[in-house]
Ligand binder design. Structure first.
Ligand code: DAH
Length: 359
């Protein structure tokens, strides 16, 4: 019996000193677990004579209850302390004013790119991409622009630096999205229908030119595509984009990568200094196009005896200026917040052909 008092002292002290629930659990196992000290003592009761068994049994049960109660009480206290500590670190003052969040807008170039992509997607054109740092082969040679061709100078190309003594031709910042035609043909073969929106670069800067601007390239190759298909696709596109029926005028032109080539004008009028697209008897140039030159098909790994098609290139920034009445191209890239808020679009208005292209 004396031994029990010592046990009691030991366990109650241990319980009151336990710092967390796992320490408490260790004590419970040591005392009351299957092989715990008190459980072992319970087992010895069987060997005792009846009188001794009764007395010791009662004392053991009482001790067991006492330890049990102490364990429970301590467990609750530890839980409360843990909750208090958590509440202290996680408090939230719901009366504080909310944090202001800057509301961004979609840049007109992104908006117009999405609009154009949605319209061409509806006509079965997938999006293709290529690098902005391009080899001179993709940017020029593969597009039938030979080294001595005047178009190379006209493009005001930015060249990438090569180390002294490295005589390979330098890479360029692509001067147009047309090299993506070659990459897409090499990747996908024929038939193919892709558009390629992206940044392009030329050394040029005034109210209507920036050293970086955006184009969308289009390419469709099949067995018997013709200029008639090109004209239909472009008129469908322009009418959907400007949200009014737009007539086009094809003017014979020259691009090294197309034969024949055409510059395309859209019908417009100037009334009181205001431009109206799709009406009147004025014409404004918006894009270049033509039937893909056999040399270009071959550079893309496609047999010109079997396949033919059309291509076109459109300036995205100019489309944005025309549709949304933005006067100065340079402001597009100045990141002036007042300009961005004025001309930007709500971020949740995704342009779709059926749900509406712009709001
Ligand atoms: N790459 C031409 C440029 O940047 C635009 C262009 C003209 C693209 C005719 C074409 C095309 O695909 O057929 O000026």
């Amino acid at each position: 019996m004396d031994g029990l008092d010592a046990l009691k002292g030991k366990y109650l002290e241990g319980i009151s000193g336990a710092g967390d629930e796992s320490a408490l659990e260790e004590i419970r196992l040591a005392a009351l677990g299957k092989k715990g000290e008190i459980s072992l003592k319970m087992r010895e009761l069987g060997k005792m004579d009846p009188e001794q068994r009764q007395a010791t049994g009662q004392a053991l049960n009482a001790l067991k209850d006492e330890i049990d109660t102490a364990l429970r009480a301590k467990k609750e206290a530890l839980g409360d302390a843990a909750l208090d500590a958590r509440l202290k670190t996680e408090w939230l003052d719901v009366t504080l004013p909310g944090r202001p969040r800057g509301q961004g807008t979609i840049h007109p170039v992104s908006q117009v790119t999405d609009e154009v992509t949605a319209i061409f997607a509806d006509m079965g054109f997938a999006v293709a991409e290529g690098p902005q740092i391009e080899s001179d082969w993709y940017n020029f040679d593969a597009l039938n622009i030979a080294p001595e061709h005047p178009a190379r100078q006209e493009h005001d190309t930015f060249f990438m630096h090569r180390d002294a003594g490295d005589n390979r031709p330098p890479h360029v910042l692509r001067t147009h999205t047309s090299p993506v035609q070659i990459r897409a043909m090499q990747d996908q073969g024929a038939p193919i229908r892709v558009i390629a929106p992206g940044r392009v670069y030329r050394m040029d800067m005034d109210q209507t030119h920036a050293p970086m601007f955006h184009q969308i390239e289009g390419l469709a190759i099949d067995r018997d595509l013709s200029m008639a298909n090109l004209k239909w696709v472009l008129e469908e596109f322009l009418s959907a984009f400007f949200e009014t029926r737009v007539a086009t005028r094809f003017r014979a032109s020259h691009f090294p990568f197309t034969e024949p080539s055409a510059e395309v004008d859209i019908q417009c009028s100037w009334v009181g200094g205001q431009l109206r697209i799709g009406e009147g008897d004025g014409w404004m140039e918006v894009l270049g196009s033509g039937m893909v030159h056999p040399h270009v098909l071959r550079a893309g790994g496609i047999d010109p005896e079997e396949w033919q098609g059309f291509a076109f290139g459109i300036g995205i920034d100019r489309l944005a200026m025309l549709k949304y009445g933005i006067p100065d191209l340079r402001a597009f890239f100045e990141s002036d917040l007042r300009w961005l808020r004025h001309y930007g679009f709500a971020s949740l208005d995704m342009p779709t052909v059926h749900g509406g292209l712009s709001r």
